[in-house]
Design a protein around this ligand. Structure first.
Ligand code: AMP
Ligand code: MG
Length: 707
């Protein structure tokens, strides 16, 4: 792991420097009307649109918009006298037109009387994400669990909460020069959902607030999820229920702590809005997250939707179909925008990834990154649940945490998403479904790839102007040829990364062709046969001493303990069969792990000959003791919900902070092996409980998370 350096000085959120190249400068804007409701109405942009983003300010409120009689009175409207108010006037209250202060880069801190009434409470802040992605951000006393829940005692914290909640808006405001204009935005994307073309989707409840350069280098974008409707919200309200926000907040940090690339959680905040979902009204919450970019494969599909997207018109409640706007070229009959495709490719490739190479090599790099991430999901039993092409990051980050789960009892066919009856996104189907998404990306990029192959360079602005359909077909054919081998690369990278990942988890420093069968698959088959827990089994294996290969009593005793710690409620004859199975496998494993070449690979780091002790430490550093299991998520959500209902914000914060702490340090022993003190504190006992397998009825629990 790289040693992080703290930046010399920290600044509050409104002082974060803007990078010289910004998304808004690099990519075209989608235009919306000026009236207050323009941002809140669904809008289907023509497929020929070159634009990627639209100006959207956070606005957390119900949809359809509701207003109380008291609020109407405040607005000087008396219903009893038959007076009326327009939706525009109701929404206008949110317009951030009052200048409250100056911010970095010519931006202003803006708000409105109505916005300032909101009193969001900070429920959590993720220290490790801050340290990695935004070390220069001053959050004041946000980490202090005893600091006041709402308006804090530190200016930096208040600034953070105000901006990420939408209580205040960082923007150049109206009247700024066109090229100096900057402010929050949402983006348009399309995609394939469950394998089917789904048309325009977009940031339906995500609003990006600003971008900066990390103190450690590289672009970082801060985005808030659940901050109200955008033009891409379709029929939905743009809000996120507390449940889904807690899941995202914890999930992203748990994945990052396992060394798997992910978007990161910055903070979670209460929202005053109760949202209607299948189960009735529920509290909502906002999550602020951070990543070098939130661009997905779906953004590229929007620019070149291919056959599936051609000539399909979508209508949403509150949306309207309109003829292509005059200023947008319709070169290919409303079938995408190749200039926009080039803009987006250049932005991600050169602007974000700083990739110095051809479009083809960059595509292969995107394939590689996603293959590595997918392989690590497999090795860590992580199931994403909704691998639609709009949920696959162009940077290979795990993104959009919904009904995800970590494997409990091992079952390769396990489906974690209750809304996926056929198991399209089951554990074993993850690699092929990510391959499907990458294939969609490749298809979208074909004209660029082909042009490059035929002309030897990345096309310049205006490259597709005046191109005929025949030209495009020719480019597509050449593009197909250029990347004909990508899926082999994908499979090889998945296999290689899995092999290395399993090697680490099984404590093997050398590799033999038979390992996949004798070590990995045979072990997993045992777990499957005996209903053993995936993560507990591997953690338990860290304590096994291969040198005792011939000590039958040791292997038997070890097997007994292994079964007791990794299975739940086995009848005694089943437990005996499990013990026999594992004892037999241990013999093979011990022989493999103590073979001369393998032992020598550890010996070089163990001058005093204690190679097994070193091996155990190394295995424990990759096999988590704590796993963010379904039972624990459900319990945490309920605790937080109960505490918020009882107005106990400090209690809710402490509950979340404890789980986040465990999730971000999953390899610690937490009282394992009697490493606990003679008189463990209540906190130690609680942490040990949270490391447990949980109640049987939650094993393999499927989340039916409405979001
Ligand atoms: P997901 O399956 O969560 O990735 O979401 C698919 C699409 O639905 C994305 O475009 C989301 O932005 C959008 N979406 C999901 N939930 C909501 C919501 N509550 N309000 C608006 N849009 C939503
Ligand atoms: Mg999504």
């Amino acid at each position: 792991m790289t040693q992080l350096q703290q930046p010399a000085s920290k600044v509050p959120i409104h002082r974060l420097p803007r990078p010289s190249a910004t998304l808004q400068g690099a990519l075209k804007r989608l235009s919306l009307g000026d009236n207050p409701s323009a941002q809140r109405r669904s809008k289907v942009f023509p497929t020929s649109s070159r634009g990627v983003w639209a100006r959207v300010n956070p606005l957390w409120d119900n949809w359809p918009i509701q207003i109380s009689k008291e609020e109407l009175v405040e607005l000087g409207v008396d219903l009893d006298k038959g007076e009326q108010i327009s939706v525009e006037d109701v929404l206008k209250r949110w317009d951030p037109t009052d200048v409250l202060g100056e911010a970095e880069g010519g931006l202003k801190v803006l708000s409105s009387k109505h916005r300032l009434k909101l009193e969001p409470a900070l429920l959590g802040i993720a220290g490790p994400a801050l340290e990695h992605n935004l070390p220069q951000l001053d959050v004041g006393d946000a980490h202090d669990l005893d600091a006041p829940a709402k308006a804090g005692t530190s200016e930096a914290r208040d600034a953070l909460v105000d901006i990420i909640s939408g209580r205040k808006v960082l923007s150049s405001g109206p009247g700024a020069e066109e090229n100096a204009e900057y402010g929050p935005w949402s983006t348009r994307y399309t995609g394939h959902q469950f394998g089917q073309w789904a048309g325009q989707l977009g940031d339906g409840r995500a609003i990006s607030l600003l971008e900066t350069t990390s103190g450690l280098g590289g672009r970082q974008e801060i985005q808030v999820k659940g901050a109200g409707r955008t033009p891409f919200s379709r029929q939905a309200d743009g809000l996120a229920v507390l449940r889904s926000s807690v899941r995202e907040y914890l999930g992203a940090e748990a994945i990052a702590a396992l060394g798997i690339p992910s978007t990161r959680s910055l903070a979670i905040l209460t929202s005053p809005v109760e949202v209607a979902r299948e189960q009735g009204y529920e509290p909502s919450a906002l999550v602020a997250r951070v990543a070098p970019s939130f661009i997905r494969i779906g953004h590229f599909e929007a620019m070149n939707p291919g056959d599936a997207g051609r000539n399909t018109h979508q209508l949403f409640l509150g949306g309207r179909w309109q003829e292509d706007e005059k200023d947008e070229k319709d070169a290919l009959g409303g079938q995408g925008n190749l200039e926009g495709l080039r803009d987006l490719t250049a932005w991600v490739k050169d602007g974000i990834m700083k990739f110095d190479g051809s479009v083809k090599d960059w595509f292969l790099e995107v394939v590689k990154r996603n293959a590595e991430t997918t392989a690590l999901w497999q090795v860590y039993g992580f199931m994403h649940g909704v691998l639609n092409t709009d949920n696959i990051s162009i940077l290979g980050l795990t993104i959009d945490y919904g009904p995800y789960a970590f494997m409990d009892q091992y079952n390769p066919g396990h489906i974690c998403n209750h809304s996926d009856p056929t198991g399209l996104y089951s554990y074993k189907n993850q690699p092929p479904r990510v391959a499907f998404a990458l294939d969609s990306l490749g298809s979208a990029l074909l004209p660029l790839l082909g042009y490059e192959k035929l002309n030897g360079k990345v096309p310049a602005e205006g490259w597709a102007e005046g191109a005929s359909t025949d030209d495009v077909r020719k480019w597509e054919a050449a593009g197909l040829e250029a990347i004909s081998d990508w899926s082999t690369d994908f499979i090889q990278t998945v296999e290689q990364t899995e092999r290395e990942g399993w090697g680490r988890r099984f404590g093997l420093r050398t590799y033999q062709d038979s390992d996949d069968r004798d070590v990995v698959q045979d072990f997993l088959s045992l777990l499957r046969a005996h209903g053993a827990d995936f993560h507990a089994s591997l953690r338990e294996l860290s304590n096994f001493e291969p040198s005792k290969i011939d000590d039958d009593a040791y292997r038997r005793a070890y097997a007994k303990r292994w079964v007791a710690n990794t299975t739940i409620d086995l009848q005694s004859d089943s437990a005996m069969r499990a013990e026999e199975g594992i004892t037999a496998w241990l013999r093979v494993y011990a022989a493999r792990a103590s073979a001369p070449a393998e032992k020598a690979a550890w010996d070089k780091d163990a001058p005093d000959g204690e190679w097994e002790a070193i091996r155990t430490v190394a295995m424990r550093a990759v096999n988590p003791r704590f796993v963010l299991r379904q039972w624990l998520l459900e319990e945490t959500i309920k605790n937080v919900d109960d505490k918020l209902k009882a107005n106990d914000v400090p209690g809710a914060r402490k509950t979340l902070a404890r789980v986040l702490d465990l999730a971000t340090q999953p390899f610690e022993p937490y009282g394992e092996d009697g490493e606990c003190e003679a008189n463990p504190s209540d906190e130690d006992v609680e942490r040990m409980r949270l490391c447990g397998l949980g109640p049987q009825n939650f094993l393999g629990f499927q989340c039916s998370c409405s979001s």
